[in-house]
Ligand binder design. Structure first.
Ligand code: BDR
Ligand code: CA
Length: 308
């Protein structure tokens, strides 16, 4: 069994990814940590607790960062309501829930769980990377204790989705993302290069609901406005970004990767841009030198990912 901590900002595609991790027979979901992004951290935490309660998750949910490491350096996003005003596609989420958050902040839960299971835990991060960066800053030893990090973020050889240069999860805390990419732990990055090719249409959601019962029916219901957004943007269905990261963990053979050290631009018009320096590429001395080669997805068997 693969022990997973899911760091997330639910988020419509986050909800589908959480359901995937919850149902997968090879995954032992040991923690869910929340971050700001698709909505405020108050909303994303409430949404995660709602899903925990609806699906009977045993994993603790811990609330994480409410903003980036360096707020003064992070420009305001233009209004982005792809995930609805409440983060779950405007699906009615009850205000009162029985499920409660863990007393620890997200980064502390990450540190505690990684130390409790040395070499076993994969961090699957599909929101801003702030919680992971805070965990690394407070407990650098966790870099050598995790099994790996799989993240949804970046636009390596394609345009971004929030600026021409930047993908939203990286743009929202570029400093944190640079810390995560340059830490001495193995990162697998699933960015827009591949996720935008994995589109689930309404037929796909109907099939999911038919085989997944009430749990999947909930995902189908909260995905409707998100599907509309992507259809209007010219896609064949909703782009299931965060699920791609989960499937890259369970079925890495469905992706092609390049090895590169990655730096994130933290200033100017390129802020949030993920810039890879591929293995063996010769340049003079640079800020890429001395950093771990990470795995960056550059190809995907989209049909097989959708079928998984
Ligand atoms: C990422 O941003 C969010 O909208 C999605 O949940 C995904 O994690 C894609 O850029
Ligand atoms: Ca997300």
């Amino acid at each position: 069994m693969l022990k997973v901590i899911f760091d997330t900002d639910p988020g419509v595609d986050d909800a589908l990814a959480l359901l995937y991790l919850h149902k997968h027979p090879q995954i032992d979901l040991i923690g869910v940590t929340t971050t700001f992004g698709n909505a405020s951290v108050e909303s994303t935490t409430h949404n995660a607790l709602y899903l925990k309660q609806a699906w009977g998750l045993s994993a603790p949910v811990a609330r994480g960062a409410g903003g980036p490491l360096q707020p003064e350096a992070t420009p305001e996003a233009w209004p982005v309501h792809i995930h609805g005003h409440n983060g779950l596609g405007n699906h009615p989420v009850p205000e009162a829930l029985d499920a409660t958050a863990d007393s620890r902040p997200a980064h502390q839960l990450i540190i505690d769980l990684v130390r409790a299971h040395p070499g076993e835990v994969t961090l699957v991060a599909v929101g801003r990377m702030t919680n992971l960066a805070l965990a690394l800053q407070q407990a650098p030893d966790i870099a050598g204790l995790v099994r790996g990090v799989v993240l949804m973020g970046g636009a390596f050889h394609v345009n971004g989705n929030i600026t021409p240069a930047a993908e939203a999860n990286i743009w929202g805390d570029a400093e944190a993302a640079d810390i995560v990419f340059t830490a001495h732990w193995p990162v697998t990055a699933i960015g827009l290069d591949v996720t935008t090719r994995v589109e689930m249409n309404r037929d796909g959601l109907d099939k999911l609901a038919a085989i997944g019962g009430a749990d999947a029916e909930l995902v189908r219901a909260l995905s409707q406005e998100y599907v509309d957004f992507y259809l209007q943007a010219g896609h064949k269905g909703m782009v299931v970004h965060d699920c791609c990261a989960c499937i890259a963990l369970t079925r890495p053979e469905l992706f092609q990767f390049e090895r590169a050290s990655v730096r994130v631009a933290t200033d100017g018009v390129a802020r949030g841009m993920t810039i890879p320096k591929p293995e063996g590429m010769g340049f003079g001395p640079s800020v890429w030198d001395g950093h771990v080669l990470q795995s960056i997805a550059i190809g995907v068997d989209a049909a097989a990912v959708l079928a998984d």
